[in-house]
Design a protein around this ligand. Structure first.
Ligand code: SF4
Ligand code: MG
Length: 322
């Protein structure tokens, strides 16, 4: 069947100016030609170092920001050709959960109102119905009903993330982008929030784009994983394929840094040289060549093609299949 989200050749560039009012000197290529498909009911994990473009992809997929080029289809609807009014009508169907829910909660608004706000804004429910739905959603997200009248500062980090999730699911969305939803939380709390996300996915048949830099979390939660480097996907594969037989040298390096529970199982750590280059000035050829332990002359000259090597296992590297 048709994927719920289909992304084609997506680019998002941010112009760079000399000073504030100076001439344009170039572009930060935050998203630089991304193709991906997210199937209904799955969790698609997007991993990469900070600055690789993960958050920008998440925001562009929901059209919270405009694209530079390319196409995003949600349930077959071309998001970027929709007039504002129709886009607004679509908003309840696609939601976002942020890393820091405290930052997105107004300290002077009671959390019941914050959670129920979208119901009234979109005319989904009357005030009385909204209160009922807020109570139901609080319970669903593991929060006691008496919390409805409290203020954000009265909650712990984990509870605040439950509130963030409640705000997203109360409008009954099909698709949720979660941007590092557990990165700011203690390890002990992370598992509870992950369990909540999984529980809600089952109950509501949700589809997730799960953005993270933590490969252990992604392995636990995601059915398909995409690895991002400098705004481009270098590898996309079903979870077991990616973790069992990674094809791209960058993926191999990331995986080598994941701690393994069994201390007897030794794995050689691949340490990458240098930092991630600036997306304003990405290397020519393969963008990973400045850090790749396997780079050859051709890598500096020609960008490798991102292609399917069988069974939906995509990667872009000159070495594969040689
Ligand atoms: Fe490394 Fe070359 Fe493959 Fe790029 S194309 S990942 S530089 S081997
Ligand atoms: Mg980010």
């Amino acid at each position: 069947s048709e994927p719920l989200v289909q992304v084609k050749r997506l680019k998002k560039y941010f112009p760079v100016h000399q000073g504030i009012l100076g001439r344009k000197t170039g572009d930060v290529k935050a998203v630089d030609g991304v193709d991906l498909a997210i199937r209904r009911g799955e969790t698609f994990g997007l991993v990469g170092e900070s600055g690789s473009g993960k958050s920008t992809i998440g925001r562009t997929l929901l059209r919270l920001t405009e694209k530079t080029e390319g196409e995003v289809k949600f349930a077959g609807i071309d998001l970027f050709s929709l007039p504002a009014k129709e886009l607004r009508g679509l908003r309840p169907r696609m939601q976002m959960v942020f890393q820091d829910p405290y930052g997105s909660l107004n300290p002077r608004i009671r959390i019941g109102d914050a959670i129920g706000e979208a119901l009234l804004d979109h005319g989904i429910a009357s005030k009385a119905e909204a209160r009922e739905l807020v109570l139901e959603t609080l319970a669903l997200c593991g929060l006691a009903s008496y919390h409805i009248d409290r203020y954000p500062h009265e909650f712990s980090g984990g509870q605040r993330q439950r509130i963030g999730i409640a705000r997203a699911i109360i409008v009954n969305p099909e698709f949720i982008v979660t941007d590092e939803p557990v990165s700011a939380l203690d390890v002990s709390i992370q598992a509870q929030i992950i369990n909540l996300l999984q529980d809600l996915q089952e109950r509501r048949q949700l589809t997730y784009l799960f953005i993270s830099h933590d490969l252990s979390v992604v392995e636990h939660l995601c059915s398909t994983i995409g690895v991002l480097y400098l705004g481009s996907l270098v590898e996309v594969a079903p979870r077991d394929e990616l973790f069992g037989s990674p094809l791209h040298p960058y993926t191999k390096a990331l995986l080598s840094a994941v701690p393994i529970p069994d201390p007897a199982a030794k794995r050689e750590r691949i340490v990458l040289k240098g930092d991630i280059p600036s997306p304003a000035n990405p290397p020519a050829g393969c963008k990973f060549h400045t850090r790749c332990p396997e780079a050859t002359a051709v890598c500096r000259e020609r960008p490798p093609v991102f292609r399917d090597w069988g069974g939906g296992h995509y990667a872009a590297c000159h070495l594969i299949g040689e």
